[in-house]
Ligand binder design. Structure first.
Ligand code: 26Q
Length: 818
């Protein structure tokens, strides 16, 4: 940062913090009675902390304007931030003063913090990754800004009614959001519908105008992203949709008042709700409007800044900007940047394309072909006619490149075309992203390799230099320091606290694995964290978890490929062993499942119902529950994970090999000293490499074995040849878990018995049970288990998002620390 600028002035000492807290509580909020006002105390404290961010925020911005570095813009439809208060307190190093100030009011920091609602502006891994990345960019002092959408309703709230998922709207903004600053002055105008008009300019050059549009305003709300103890505050800019004033003028004048207001609502709908990751919802026009709204508002914002400072000369633009596309969701940015450059600043196509393909970079997050985004040409043409023209032009030129490289290979042209031909032609968004970007990356080594050998093979042959890997990571601030202070302090007492910002130093804790007294302290911390998790389970599920049992946890979105069902089959198998009198062979364990099912994903919802029913049977059987407990924890989210991962012994990462792009929950558990039971998939492979096979329970078919095995897969024979699995299936099939609703689990039974089961549940069951038995036996050896637990934390250095972001900065973005 520039040394000429004055530093922050607001003091962090307890006296100043206390006086600020009083001022906000009494004057900003007008509250005088502390008894019934905990919600207001949260706001007052947030404002007190925010004041300290404000000046650092301004200084960061001013330094950037002076230094003019190359900047990166992370475009994402999702930022799953969770809570902000504790993160800010930790990063500002003001916790002690805050505690003292609150004591003045008779309040405890933990109680106030737990009142804050999660900012749930994401579905799961992809959205949380964006949030971890923002944290790392600020901590590494990198000039990176996030651009996203300010959804009025975030990820739905999940509750259970008779064991079934019920979705409720998440109106997270009702009590106000002290972490956002509205910037009306930077409002943008976004075009929709209308048509393209072609005109000649004075020099006889043809140019296009997008006319008769229905415009919507985009209003930015900025959220501060503080770095850790470094006086840096970066920006996350979230856009909210609003109607323009003239939008309804005509109808208004015709006296059609209510229609005019309805039109206004239509505009504001755009940012009303986050779409759940739901295939049954795909192709919805509103989702496409969200995507264009984000792409257009963000690009206009960046370009207007450029023009203000540099005029309309774009020759240097690509040297100062990079746009990272978080999956294909913001990919319309490729066509939108072309539109702005060609239509609004009258650049030649080739010059504009050069700039676009030097600034765009695309990250892929999935290997499931059915999850690749497509939009019907008809819909794009109606909603965004000018963008469709541009996409066609991009494709025509791209097809010429393909034809030149593979003359006469018509099949390849058809395969690679950005426009998928057919009864209903589609725009293939991933292909548009690849053609328009200089970098394409996967999110774990296996995933990146499978992209180049499978999904994007043709493109890899054409442009091998574009493809690279960036293995995901998670921020050690939130996912160790903040969520597990006891473990963090134990580590710092032993090896110092450099690991907080230099996470590879965490390896040094490995030396303590051989120290018996250190192991005892490690064990005590884990026990305390298990108590906290048991309390959460008691509060939310009214089930008692015994902290002497092994805590076995699988929390993530519910999806068949993640195989929560296989986990359940194992739990039913343990239940079966106990009821048939083999209880002595079953080591005590508490199993916790959690996660949201997409509202339209019937089988995922049925898996939740099955979990609830099995839990009911197990937990209410006295003999069984002496050794086995099962719960489905409702409303899994960021703030729940902050309690869950510190208290977990065994982390379930059991996806069908080749299906989970990376996984990031696996990393959070590892950092907090859980051992993993997992398949050879996603980042599990790198976790296994880092910690070694002796401290990881590996099982199951590998990706390269699966293709071969698939043809011979015969679940019914596997079941009849495996006594244990046969008994489990009998329990399911005889209605043992559905006495009052016979047959409800038939779809689940069929999916397991299906010879074409893509997820290979039956095929991996035996190997899974063996790995589970090994884990249970190992847990009996307390000293060995603790050693492995310490070694897992010690080996997690590679999985910090600081490492990931340093790689993005160096290999893709070409940016340096400010
Ligand atoms: C698409 C169309 C319409 C509506 C919603 C969507 C949609 C939304 C979210 C599609 C996908 C997502 C989210 C995907 C996701 O979270 N993927 C995960 O990304 C993580 C971070 O890279 C990986 O670790 C996980 O393996 C991957 O599943």
């Amino acid at each position: 940062m520039n040394a000429d600028l004055p530093g922050p002035v607001l003091s962090n000492d307890a006296e100043q913090v206390t006086s600020d807290l009083h001022r906000h509580f009494n004057y900003t909020l007008g509250r005088f009675n502390t008894d019934e006002q905990q919600g207001y105390m949260l706001t007052a404290l947030s404002l007190t902390v925010r004041d300290r961010l404000m000046e650092r925020w301004r200084l960061t911005r001013e330094a950037e304007i002076q230094d003019k570095p190359k900047r990166v813009f992370y475009l994402s439809l999702e930022f799953l931030l969770g809570r902000s208060l504790h993160n800010a307190i930790l990063n500002l190093d003001v916790e002690e003063s805050v505690r003292q100030a609150l004591a003045d009011f008779g309040c405890r920091l933990e109680d106030i913090e737990s009142e804050e609602r999660d900012a749930g502006l994401g579905n799961g891994g992809l959205g949380r990754l964006a949030a971890c990345f923002m944290d790392s960019c600020a901590t590494l002092n990198l000039p990176v800004r996030g651009y996203g959408i300010r959804y009025e309703y975030g990820m739905f709230h999940q509750s259970l009614c008779e064991g079934r998922q019920v979705e409720q709207p998440d109106h997270w903004l009702v009590e106000g959001n002290p972490w956002e600053i509205e910037r009306l002055g930077r409002t943008r105008r976004i075009k929709f519908y209308g048509r393209t008009e072609f005109l000649h300019n004075a020099k006889g050059k043809i140019f296009a105008r997008w006319v008769d549009t229905q415009d919507v305003l985009a209003i930015p709300y900025d959220m501060p992203i503080p770095g850790y103890n470094n006086d840096v505050v970066n920006t996350l800019r979230l856009w909210k949709a609003a109607a323009t004033d003239e939008f309804n003028l005509q109808e208004f004048n015709e006296g059609d008042y209510s229609d005019a207001v309805a039109q206004k609502n239509l505009a504001e709908q755009i940012t009303m709700v986050l779409y759940p990751n739901d295939t049954s919802e795909s192709g919805k026009e509103l989702r496409l409007r969200q995507q264009y709204f984000l792409a257009s508002a963000s690009l206009q914002d960046v370009i207007s800044d450029w023009v203000k400072r540099n005029g309309e000369d774009f020759s240097e633009f690509a040297n100062y900007h990079c746009f990272q596309l978080n999956d294909t969701h913001p990919t319309l940015a490729v066509a939108e940047l072309m539109r702005i450059l060609v239509d609004e600043y009258i650049l030649d196509w080739d010059e504009a394309w050069e700039i676009t393909t030097k600034t765009m970079a695309y990250t892929n997050h999935t290997l499931l072909p059915e999850a690749l985004e497509k939009w019907s040409v008809r819909l794009v043409g109606e909603l965004l006619p000018r963008l469709l023209d541009i996409i066609y032009e991009i494709n025509a030129r791209f097809m010429a490149v393909v034809a030149h490289r593979w003359p006469g290979d018509v099949d390849r042209q058809r395969r690679m075309s950005i426009i998928e031909e057919g009864h209903e032609p589609n725009v293939r968004m991933a292909y548009l992203a690849i053609a328009g970007s200089f970098s394409v990356n996967g999110v774990a080594a296996l995933h990146s390799q499978l992209l180049t050998s499978g999904l994007f093979k043709d493109f890899y042959e054409l442009w091998p230099e574009k493809f690279n890997n960036k293995t995901n990571g998670v921020t050690p601030r939130r996912w160790l320091s903040h969520c597990n202070p006891r473990l963090g302090n134990l580590v710092s007492d032993a090896i110092g606290d450099s690991w907080v910002t230099n996470f590879s130093d965490i390896k040094n804790i490995g030396e303590y694995a051989g120290d018996a007294s250190f192991r005892e302290k490690w064990f005590e911390v884990k026990q305390d964290n298990k108590k906290a998790l048991a309390q959460l389970v008691k509060d939310k599920c009214n089930v008692d978890f015994d902290t002497s049992f092994m805590f076995d946890v699988q929390v993530k979105r519910i999806h068949e490929y993640k195989r929560q069902l296989m986990n359940l089959l194992h739990v039913i198998h343990l239940y079966d062993r106990i009821i048939r009198g083999e209880e002595d062979s079953v080591h005590p364990r508490c199993v916790l499942l959690g996660g949201k099912a997409a509202p339209g994903y019937a089988l995922a919802k049925l898996i939740i119902k099955l979990t609830s029913n099995v839990a009911q049977v197990i937990n209410s059987d006295k003999k069984v529950s002496e050794r086995l407990k099962l719960v489905f924890l409702p409303n899994y989210r960021v703030s729940a994970m902050e309690v869950i991962c510190p208290g977990t012994d065994l982390s379930e990462q059991i996806s069908t090999a080749g299906k989970e792009a990376s996984g990031t929950g696996n990393m959070k558990f590892m950092m907090n000293g859980a051992l993993t039971i997992g398949t050879y998939d996603g980042a599990n492979i790198e976790i296994l490499d880092a910690v070694g096979e002796d401290h990881f329970f590996l099982f199951g078919l590998k990706e390269e074995e699966i293709a071969d095995y698939r043809a011979r897969n015969d679940p019914s024979t596997i079941i009849s040849n495996d006594t244990d699995l046969n008994r489990v299936m009998n329990l399911l099939e005889c209605g043992h878990f559905s006495l009052f609703e016979p047959g409800i689990f038939d779809p689940i039974i069929h999916s397991i018995r299906n010879a074409y089961d893509p997820w290979m549940v039956a095929a991996d069951f035996r190997a899974y049970v063996q790995a589970q038995n090994k884990a249970a036996d190992y847990y009996q050896n307390k000293q060995e288990w603790i050693k492995s637990s310490i070694l897992n934390t010690a080996a997690s250095g590679h999985f910090s998002s600081d490492r990931t972001i340093s790689e993005y900065a160096k290999d893709i973005w070409g940016i340096k620390k400010r």
